[in-house]
Design a protein around this ligand. Structure first.
Ligand code: GRG
Length: 288
């Protein structure tokens, strides 16, 4: 996995220039270059690889996914959203470049990513590129990430249109699971996988995304700034609707354990060391 992360990091650096006007490119590159776990590009590439696709075909889309993810982190940290001063162990984007540039850097990453897919995916067919862009625009927009963020903000203000359980699932299916789904769906498209495989990986990523959000909620409670690279304990202080606040720590852990087991069950037949490593790391950190 470390090897794959190195390849992704090198490509991200190559794809992201710093040119005039430098302030915006530097702001885009800043958060992108900080050491994230690179889970989404890794999962995209690994899905494609398991289905027989070579890495060069999928790398531009995998890097674009990381750009979209970083965009969401930059905007999420803004004072008008989650108001976080740290991200990936360093001051967040707006703390370094100012709010206006952080908003623009996010916007620029959001549009740079599909541009990259179109310009660099030389080995994909036009049909594959259109399918990937369709997935990207659907999942990044008001049917995906933005929907999750809006309902998250509404719920913090006490506005609940659905039950707390339904609201929580809606937020995290859209804010978190959506990018893991996008990752594996793009992987399957690059590998020309059939509908059955597409749905199977989608199901895996949906369950993984929910498990990952429960992991994130639990870590906010039990971890440290040094380990996470961002503020901890904020959810409880702000009275945020999370798996821990709604179900309690013990039931959140049970829910997490069930989802991780379901992920193992779906992916086992593909015999992937990388997916096993990801699941094991999350599981060991929460369940010991
Ligand atoms: C798409 C225009 C547009 C806006 C985005 C701000 C926003 C709307 C959505 C917020 C999405 C968000 C930040 C969800 C949290 C998901 C999550 C648990 C992120 C942490 O992921 P890690 O741990 O982070 O993989 P690293 O830094 O390791 O990559």
């Amino acid at each position: 996995m470390k090897e794959l992360i190195n390849i992704i990091d090198k490509k991200l650096d190559e794809y992201m220039p710093v040119c005039y006007p430098e302030d915006i490119f530097k702001a885009m590159k800043y958060t992108l270059s900080l050491p994230g776990k690179r889970l989404r590009p890794v999962m995209c590439i690994e899905t494609a690889r398991l289905l027989g696709c070579n890495i060069d075909k999928v790398l531009p889309s995998a890097c674009a996914l990381e750009m979209l993810h970083v965009q969401s982190l930059i905007h999420d940290d803004l004072p008008c959203m989650d108001n976080d001063d740290f991200r990936r162990g360093k001051p967040s984007n707006h703390k370094v470049f100012g709010e206006a540039n952080a908003v623009l850097a996010g916007d620029a990453l959001l549009t740079f990513a599909p541009q990259l897919i179109i310009e660099k995916s030389k080995e994909l067919s036009a049909e594959q590129i259109v399918r990937i862009l369709h997935e990207y625009t659907k999942f990044a927009g008001a049917y995906g990430l933005i929907a999750g963020q809006v309902v998250d903000i509404e719920s913090e203000g006490g506005k609940l249109v659905k039950s707390p359980e339904e609201t929580l699932d809606f937020i995290h299916l859209n804010k978190t699971a959506v990018l893991f789904r996008l990752a594996v769906r793009i992987g399957v498209i690059c590998a020309d996988g059939d509908e059955k495989i597409f749905n199977e990986f989608d199901d895996f990523a949906t369950k993984f995304g929910l498990a990952f959000q429960i992991y994130d909620d639990i870590m906010d409670e039990i971890s440290t700034f040094e380990e996470l690279g961002k503020s901890v304990g904020k959810d409880e202080k702000s009275g945020k609707l999370t798996y821990v606040s709604l179900y309690g720590l013990s039931e959140a852990k049970n829910k997490f354990a069930r989802l991780i087991q379901e992920c193992y069950d779906i992916i086992e037949k593909y015999n992937s060391d990388i997916f096993r490593e990801i699941l094991k790391k999350l599981k060991n950190r929460i369940l010991g």
